[in-house]
Ligand binder design. Structure first.
Ligand SMILES: [Zn+2]
Length: 167
C-alpha cells in the first residue's frame, strides 16, 4: 500500500520536458529491468524507494507508465522496440548529461536515439517523449495534434511549453 501511495504522489508531480538532441543516451548504472509492453523499463541504481526493486519496477510499468504508453499507442502506434525507458534518480535531467546542463529550465524528459530518460517522478512526460520517437526532435506542428490530445487525454497542459496560442 505504501508503494501505491508513493506512486500516486509522484504521478502528481509535473515538470517540463526537454526536446531531444539526437545521439545515444549517456551511460547509466542499471539496477533492474522489467517489461513495459514492447519495450524495457530500466531503473537507475538508487531509483527504487522500495526494498524490492523488481516489484517497484513492475509496479511503475503497470500503474503509471503503462497507461501513458497505452494511451499514446492507441493514438499514434509507434515502434518503441529500439528505445528503453530509463527512470533516473535525478529529479532534473540537467544533472544527468553535461549537454543539458546549460538549459534554463528544469528537464523532466529527454529522448535519445536509443532511450527515453524520465526524471524521477516525471512519468507524464512519457507520452511527450514517445511523440519525439515518432516525430523526431523539435515541436513543429505539435500544437495542432499532440498538444490537444495530451490535454484531453492526459490533462497535461503543454500550451506554454509548446508555445501554442490555445487549443
Ligand atoms: Zn519535446
Amino acid at each position: 500500500m505504501r508503494a501505491l501511495i508513493y506512486l500516486v504522489l509522484m504521478y502528481l508531480a509535473a515538470y517540463l520536458s526537454a526536446c531531444g538532441g539526437p545521439g545515444p543516451a549517456p551511460a547509466m548504472a542499471v539496477d533492474v529491468s522489467c517489461q513495459l509492453r514492447a519495450t524495457t523499463l530500466q531503473l537507475e541504481v538508487g531509483a527504487s524507494p522500495e526494498p524490492d526493486h523488481l516489484a517497484y519496477c513492475n509496479a511503475l510499468a503497470a500503474l503509471i507508465l503503462g497507461p501513458y504508453y497505452d494511451a499514446y499507442q492507441e493514438w499514434r502506434p509507434t515502434d518503441m522496440t529500439r528505445h528503453v525507458v530509463r527512470v533516473r534518480v535525478a529529479g532534473d535531467l540537467r544533472d544527468t548529461n553535461p549537454k543539458l546542463a546549460a538549459i534554463d529550465f528544469r528537464i523532466g524528459g529527454e529522448t535519445y536515439d536509443d532511450a527515453i530518460d524520465l526524471a524521477f517522478g516525471n512519468w507524464k512526460s512519457l507520452a511527450h517523449e514517445m511523440n519525439h520517437v515518432a516525430r523526431g526532435s523539435g515541436h513543429g506542428g505539435w500544437c495542432v495534434d499532440f498538444g490537444p490530445w495530451a490535454w484531453e487525454t492526459l490533462q497535461d497542459d503543454e500550451r506554454a511549453y509548446l508555445h501554442c496560442d490555445n487549443y
